[in-house]
Write a protein that binds this ligand. Structure first.
Ligand SMILES: [Mg+2]
Length: 323
């Protein structure tokens, strides 16, 4: 199958050729087994889900993908659909929640290619199913030509949740995976760290957690809050090969890319100092495929991210001392 763009100039291939009812039917069919049967699934005024979870917390989040903002017109439906679900799963992972239910809202322009949309919905269904999450219902809205966006509201459950700003002095700072250069492909091909997040929430030694979506320099201050500083050993940051590739192209350092690029969708979390070494061993035994790196520690402060080497704040620009 050749490349298929989201927008088409041929009316016969566009969503405009089908009625509202038919369009919804096609979307629901494409979502596949992620859609449970009515009344827990589509077909009623509401999705009605029996309350079976015994977990202490119900965890909710919502995220969108917008054509021209989170993906461009050359992105396949399957990559855009996967990205929408994985972005939400990454937030559930950061909270240590098990994905369960979701609602999908679609805003579709008349010149959206129907085959692209099917591809999109299939990927949403596939990615949700793989994570054990249902798509229980949603909404379809017609918008202006040239526009497409999709919003997914997700819910998960957890016995113990992870959150931000709950770290303590001395806590060690860990990150999963690698950082930087996400635009070269990772931003569409990542898999959210759901299993790792669930496991982290079960460990008493984990004190705080977030996922890296906006880049370390934005997400780390969010993790620690205003009472602590994070001391980061920049030499230990796990750089993605793509961070080096981008550095070669634009002259900014690979470290700068790792700190600022965003869309890493890795977990960044704190572990009690006394448990740090046994924790790392346990983690690697549980997740031998997932890279884990200790990158620094937490101390009393005012919400700054500082370099362990020269104690200077790592700011959003002016990275000259990394060159
Ligand atoms: Mg997040």
């Amino acid at each position: 199958m050749g490349f298929m763009a989201i927008l088409t100039t041929q009316k016969s291939k566009s969503v405009a050729q089908v009625s509202e009812e038919k369009l919804i039917e096609i979307i629901v069919r494409s979502l596949g087994r992620a859609c449970p049967p009515f009344p827990a699934g589509p077909g009623g005024d509401c999705a009605i889900i029996p309350q079976t979870e015994k977990a202490k917390f119900r965890v909710s989040t919502i995220d969108s993908v917008i054509l021209g903002r989170h993906f461009d017109s050359s992105c396949s439906g399957s990559l855009a659909g996967k990205k929408l679900v994985e972005r939400n799963l990454s937030d559930l992972a950061a909270a240590g929640a098990k994905p369960k239910d979701a609602l999908l809202s679609l805003f579709i322009g008349p010149n959206v290619n129907l085959a692209w949309l099917k591809d999109f919905a299939q990927a949403v269904g596939r990615t949700a199913s793989r994570a054990g999450m249902n798509i229980n219902g949603g909404d379809v809205c017609r918008v202006q030509a040239g526009q497409f966006s999709a919003t997914l509201f997700v819910q998960g459950f957890s016995q113990r949740i992870l959150t931000r700003t709950t770290c303590q002095a001395g806590d060690r700072l860990f990150v999963t995976g690698e950082l930087g250069g996400s635009l070269l492909g990772h931003h569409c091909h990542f898999r959210a760290r759901v299993a790792e997040g669930l496991w982290l929430a079960q460990q008493k030694s984990t004190t705080a957690c977030t996922d890296l979506s906006d880049g370390m320099l934005k997400d780390l201050p969010g993790l620690i809050g205003k009472k602590w500083d994070a001391m980061v050993d920049t030499e230990k940051l796990p750089l993605r090969p793509a961070a080096h590739q981008m550095a070669k192209k634009d002259g900014r350092s690979a470290l700068e890319h790792a700190l600022q690029d965003g869309e890493d969708y890795e977990l960044l979390f704190c572990v009690k100092a006394k448990d740090a070494s046994s924790f790392a061993q346990k983690f690697q035994k549980q997740f031998p495929q997932t890279r884990l790196t200790e990158i620094g520690f937490i101390k009393k402060g005012k919400g700054l991210v500082r370099s362990l080497k020269d104690k200077q704040p790592l700011l959003g620009k002016g990275f000259s001392h990394f060159a």
